[in-house]
Design a protein around this ligand. Structure first.
Ligand code: ATP
Ligand SMILES: Nc1nc2c(ncn2[C@@H]2O[C@H](COP(=O)(O)O)[C@@H](O)[C@H]2O)c(=O)[nH]1
Length: 213
């Protein structure tokens, strides 16, 4: 993994409005998107997804502008240089990043903004004033993670190995005390989802209340 670069704190200040955002991180294949999709379906108007930019190719079924903004490396670098990103990182041979616009679009709807980012993104967001709730979603074991990634059928053998290497680093770095507010071991999906909802309950209630006033 090549270290990502953070944008200045002033940029994050510009996106600090509305309810407290949520960061979902954890190894590729741990189940972040699966949990996130359930959350967005059950609380349609409460949560909004921060649509990241990436230079990787879309997977079958992924929609540009909904799952990701799929861009070229040149396009993304240009926007990074223009100061349009809160954070960005290189992951498994591709660039990923959260634009100011992605977070602002969600916050403008007074929704809780959810970011699905890798651990480099977590470390870089920590240097800003976004102040999200940090959650790490982790697999029960590396063996189960590998099986899930293989069964998902989205990776070549090469990209799968890169993701497993990144996963080992992620699981090590995640042990840093205080890095995450909550670690969810995603063994049983319903149990993991309950834990996720529980930690977000206060923010959900606050957002619902603010809608009434
Ligand atoms: N608790 C679970 N038990 C069994 N399979 C699961 C569980 N949670 C997720 N999966 C499956 O594991 C695979 C990986 O999940 P998912 O795509 O949500 O991971 P991810 O963390 O979002 O990965 P990435 O970071 O690569 O986007 C998917 O095929 C999903 O259906
Ligand atoms: N630092 C960032 N990481 C991101 C962002 N968007 C997604 N990701 C992470 O990348 C990997 C791989 O995702 P995939 O969709 O190719 O499987 C995964 O860990 C995501 O959390 C981002 O904007 N910044």
């Amino acid at each position: 993994m090549i270290l990502g670069r953070m944008r200045g704190a002033g940029i994050a200040r510009a996106v600090m409005q509305g309810p407290r955002p949520v960061v979902l991180s954890g190894p590729s294949g741990a189940g972040k998107s699966t949990l996130l999709k359930k959350l967005l379906k059950d609380y349609e108007n409460i949560f909004g997804f921060s649509v990241s930019h990436t230079t990787r190719q879309p997977r079958p079924g992924e929609v540009n502008g909904k799952d990701y903004h799929f861009v070229t490396r040149e396009e993304m670098q240009k926007e990074i240089d223009a100061g349009e990103f809160i954070e960005h990182a290189e992951f498994s041979g591709n660039m990923y990043g959260t634009s100011k616009g992605a977070v602002q679009a969600v916050q403008a709807q007074n929704q809780i903004c959810v970011l699905d980012i890798d651990i480099q993104g977590v470390k870089n967001i920590k240097k800003t004033e976004l102040n999200p709730i940090y959650i790490s979603v982790q697999p029960p074991s590396i063996e189960i993670l590998e099986k899930r990634l293989r069964d998902r059928k989205t990776e070549t053998e090469e990209s799968l190995q890169k993701r497993l290497t990144a996963a080992r680093v992620d699981l090590e770095l995640s042990k840093e005390p205080g890095l995450f507010d909550l670690v969810i071991i995603n063994d049983d999906l319903e149990k993991a989802y309950s834990e996720l909802k529980e930690v977000l309950l206060e923010e959900i209630k606050k957002t619902e209340e603010s809608r009434k006033s």
